[in-house]
Design a protein around this ligand. Structure first.
Ligand code: SIN
Length: 542
């Protein structure tokens, strides 16, 4: 795939905080992994036991985006299915921008990693013949989603955390905020982090794996947890790594729309089991928009809902699965059933009010098929990474799979290079970074919310040059206010990361003067293959 390579939005200091490695408290490891979701944990399990590994996670270990994944994991297991069909569906959803080699890796290595999960003890649902039960989600031509009820992410994450906790070579530090990647001459030396006691630390290691998740919290309405502020991509960018496909932000079509909760996902698997989308007049509309109707690619369904809401002057539509038996719904979707009921919605009798909401970041740290970035020793995997498998729009349930397949590949890379890695471990670089900064009264919570509203209103499902220019101006103004400010707490550092990423998301969205996948420009509503069948890559050193 060809690329447009440009300097991203400038005005970035190399580090967020002042430090001097001669004075910083420190620890030494062979590998540091940032993030405790499926990608981070599975990578930790895939690294040889001779390596000394540290996992740091911003919150407690169970708080991440993977845990919330309801639907499942895509894998071609049905006798009529094949990795090739999975490959084709992934490319179709990705709207021309997938990296075919990376997708091939994903689909051909899927089954062996699922077998490994089963060996770790993950309890996927099974059919009457004790085979893994398969369901359907949007844009899949076959039933190929394995699941554990509607809490697949939780089952997988809990199992992986238990397995990692048994490893003697892995240390886990919770409530530890990764501030910046420490580099020297474009080589990774470790991570600068604020530990649970609030102390700035250096965790030195020749290999750092960034599995810190995406940037969903740039938006006001999102299914992502609070931790998803794009810290990994922002720190990678400051260190000189390249970011790719930032303009592609996925909006999940069906998120609960209730005055008390606008972030709870109603899994696509509910449509996979037959739920229909209806507008507020009770009319089914998806067949007018796409031949796959409710199971069209996610970007198509989200835009169709947006269109119906506009037409009917409403802020939501409905999901109707009332034709299914209550027992079936309670068994197949226990979390969704209970949560809806807690808001007075009995999904066996009532329509569920839903609206699209931010859900997944396709863009991230540019990596190759082995998870390698362009900084020596720095890898990325999962939602933090962009290896090209999702293209302009991720196929449902390919994300947990990505964390597994590429996490294990990183493990293999580390195994291959372990001798050299060990030789570079235990070395403290000599780095001093200082910038004059002022103490300012800054309310990070208020400023974050302001940014999220700007992104929601101007860089959402439908964008235009006008809305994007407005967003850019507002973001740069906010960033200016912070440029010489001391970032005295983690919230302010997160805000700085969010501003950096937002400005680059907007810049990429402005550059791409066409509509493709999750990126829809009302001023350029058609795809333009001649000009735009390419990825947008940003870096500070380009
Ligand atoms: C869902 O259950 O609808 C989410 C699955 C995904 O995001 O891949």
């Amino acid at each position: 795939m060809t690329e447009i390579r440009e300097q991203g939005v400038a005005g970035t200091d190399r580090y967020l905080v002042n430090f001097n490695t001669d004075e910083l408290p420190c620890e030494f490891y062979d590998v540091v992994i940032i993030g405790s979701g499926i990608a981070g944990m599975y990578t930790a399990l895939s690294i040889p036991k001779k390596a000394k590994v540290l996992v740091i996670t911003k919150e407690t270990i169970e708080i991440n985006n993977s845990v919330l994944a309801q639907g499942g994991i895509a894998v071609s297991l049905d006798q009529h299915d094949s990795p090739d069909l999975h490959f084709q569906d992934t490319l179709y959803a990705g709207a021309g921008l997938c990296d075919e080699d990376a997708v091939k890796v994903l689909v051909t290595e899927a089954a062996e990693n699922i077998a490994t999960l089963c060996l770790y003890g993950v309890r996927f649902d099974r059919d009457e013949e004790n085979r893994l039960a398969l369901t359907r989600e949007g844009a899949h031509s076959m039933n190929r989603i394995i699941h554990t009820g509607d809490a697949t992410g939780k089952e997988v994450c809990d199992t992986l955390v238990r397995a990692v906790s048994r490893l003697d070579n892995v240390t886990i530090k919770e409530c530890t905020f990764a501030v910046d990647l420490i580099t020297e001459n474009n080589e990774c030396k470790g991570v600068l982090a604020v530990n649970a006691e609030g102390t700035l630390m250096a965790y030195y290691a020749p290999v750092v794996v960034c599995a810190s998740g995406g940037y969903g919290r740039l938006y006001y309405h999102t299914t992502n947890p609070e931790v998803a502020t794009g810290d990994g991509a922002a720190m990678a960018y400051r260190a000189g790594a390249e970011l790719m496909d930032l303009e592609f932000v996925q909006f999940h079509p069906t998120v609960l729309f209730h005055p008390e909760n606008k972030s709870f996902l109603i899994s696509e698997a509910v449509r996979g089991e037959g739920a229909l989308l209806k507008n507020i007049n009770g009319e089914r509309f998806m067949p007018h928009y796409h031949h796959m109707a409710e199971l069209a690619p996610r970007d198509v369904v989200s835009r169709a809902i947006f269109e119906e809401m506009k037409k009917t002057g409403s802020d939501h539509v409905f999901l109707d699965i009332t034709h299914k038996d209550r027992n079936f719904l309670e068994y197949r979707f226990p979390t969704i059933f209970k949560t809806c009921l807690s808001y007075g919605i009995d999904m066996s009798k009532d329509y569920i009010p839903v609206a699209p909401s931010q859900h997944y970041s396709m863009g991230g740290i540019k990596t190759d098929e082995w998870g390698k970035s362009d900084i020596k020793g720095f890898y990325s995997v999962g939602e933090a990474a962009c290896n090209g498998i999702h293209g302009a729009n991720r196929l449902a349930s390919n994300s947990l799979l990505e964390g597994l397949v590429f996490g294990r590949r990183i493990g293999r890379e580390i195994e291959k290079n372990l001798e050299d890695i060990k030789k570079c471990s235990g070395i403290k670089p000599s780095i001093r970074f200082y910038k004059e900064r002022k103490k300012k009264e800054l309310d990070a919570v208020r400023l974050k919310e302001e940014l999220q509203r700007i992104m929601q209103q101007n860089v959402g499902i439908i964008r235009s040059r006008e809305s994007l220019n407005y967003a850019m101006e507002s973001i740069l103004k906010m960033n200016e206010e912070l440029s010489d400010a001391e970032l005295f707490n983690n919230q302010l550092m997160e805000l700085k990361n969010m501003l950096l990423l937002s400005s680059n998301v907007v810049k990429a969205a402005l550059l791409r003067e066409e509509s493709r996948g999750a990126h829809f420009r009302s001023d350029f509503p058609a795809s333009d293959d001649e000009k735009w069948l390419k990825n947008i890559v940003f870096g500070v050193n380009i």
